[in-house]
Design a protein around this ligand. Sequence first.
Ligand SMILES: NC(=O)c1ccc[n+]([C@@H]2O[C@H](COP(=O)([O-])OP(=O)(O)OC[C@H]3O[C@@H](n4cnc5c(N)ncnc54)[C@H](OP(=O)(O)O)[C@@H]3O)[C@@H](O)[C@H]2O)c1
Length: 371
Amino acid sequence: MDMGFIGLGVMGQPMALNLARAGAAPVVWNRSPGRCEPLRAAGAVVAADPAEVFARARVVALMLADGDAVDAVLGRGIPDFAARVADHVVVHMGTTSPEYSQALEAEIRAAGGSYVEAPVSGSRRPAEDGELVAMLAGEPSAVELVRPLLKPVCGQGVFDCGPVPNALRMKLAVNLFLITMVTGLAEAFHFAERQGLDLEQFRAVLDAGPMAGPVSRTKAAKLVAGDFTVQAAIDDVLKNNRLIAEAARGAELASPLLDVCHELFGETTALGHGQETWWPCCTRSRPGPPPARPDSAAGRSPRAAQAAALSPHAEPIRGAGHPHCHVAVERRTAAGQGPPAPAGSAAVAGGRGPGASGGTTAGTGQRAAGP
Ligand SMILES: NC(=O)c1ccc[n+]([C@@H]2O[C@H](COP(=O)([O-])OP(=O)(O)OC[C@H]3O[C@@H](n4cnc5c(N)ncnc54)[C@H](OP(=O)(O)O)[C@@H]3O)[C@@H](O)[C@H]2O)c1
C-alpha cells in the first residue's frame, strides 16, 4: 500500500526518501516546495497541496513541527477536515503533547477516520540510515496496517505502546534521558577543554568506554570537530523539553535535571541560536573562573552574566518576553534574584504539580519550577 507523506523537514525528508527508495513511492507535500525536489528525483509524486495527498493515498504520515502545523495541514477547524480524514489513516509521527494527540484522535475517529500515533526516536542521521525507532499507539487494526509501512524508516524497532497517547508518553520519557544525557556530554566536553586535555583523546576514551553508544559517538565527534550542522535544532529540543516538563507537572513529578537543561536551551535561544544544533547551550556560555556569588546587581545568575559578557548583544536571562525564558525568569524572581516575571509566565508556571505550588523537589530542596 502506498503512503502519503507530509512534512519534509530535517527528519521528514530523509524518511520520505527512504520510503520512496523502498518502492513505497509516497505522495509527498511540503509547505516550502523546494524541499520536495529530492523526492521528485527519487520517483515520488509531489502533490500540489495536502488535499491532493489525501486524495491519492489512504494512509498519510505527518512529520510536522508541532500541533499548529498538523492542524493547518489537516484543515482542522474547517469543513475540509472531515472530508480529508474520513476513510483515511492519519499517522502522526512528530512530537506533540499527549493531550493534543488524544484530542486529535477523537476528532479523526468522529469524522470516520483512523489514527495512529507514531513518534520516532533518533535524529537526522538515523533518519537517513532508516534506523529510527518508532513507538506506535492507536486502534489495533490501524496499528497493524501501519507497522509494515514503517519498515524502511524504522530499522531499529517498532514498539506497540497500546492506546493513544501512550506512544507520545513513551517518546517523552525517552527524550528526558536523551536531553539530559547530551547536555551532560556538552558540559563534559567543556570541562575537558578547559582542563587543557587532548580533545581527540577525550573522544577516543569516551568511545572506548562503557557509556559509549551511537548518540555519544556521533555527538562527541561533532563537538570535537566544532561541527554544529543541525541534527535537531535547539528550538525543537526546547519544545520537547517543555512538553516533558508539562507532562511531569501533570503527573505531580519534579524534573530537576530537565529544568536545568530547559534553562540552558532557553538562554541559547535567547542568544539567537535556536536554529543551530543542540549543544551550543554550553558552548555559547563557556564560563571563566566561577564568581563567588550571584551577579545580583544585574539580576542574573553567574553563568547568565558571563554569557552576556561574552556576547555583547545578549540578554540571556533577561529575555523577558521571550517565551522560552519564562522558567528561568520565574525561578529567579521567586528567589528574589531576578527581574519581575514577564507577562504570561504565570501560565507557564501554572501546572498542577509542585512547580505551580512553589513546592520543592524532594531530596534536593530545589524549587520544582517547570515550563
Ligand atoms: N530532529 C530530530 O532529531 C527529531 C527527532 C525525533 C522527532 N522529531 C520531531 O519530529 C518533528 C519534525 O522534526 P524536524 O526536525 O524534521 O523539524 P523541521 O526540520 O523543523 O521540519 C518541520 C516540518 O514542519 C513543516 N511545517 C511547520 N509549520 C508548518 C505549517 N504551519 N504548515 C505546514 N507545514 C509546516 C515544515 O515545513 P517547511 O519546510 O515549509 O518549514 C517542515 O516540513 C517535530 O515534531 C520534532 O519534535 C525531531
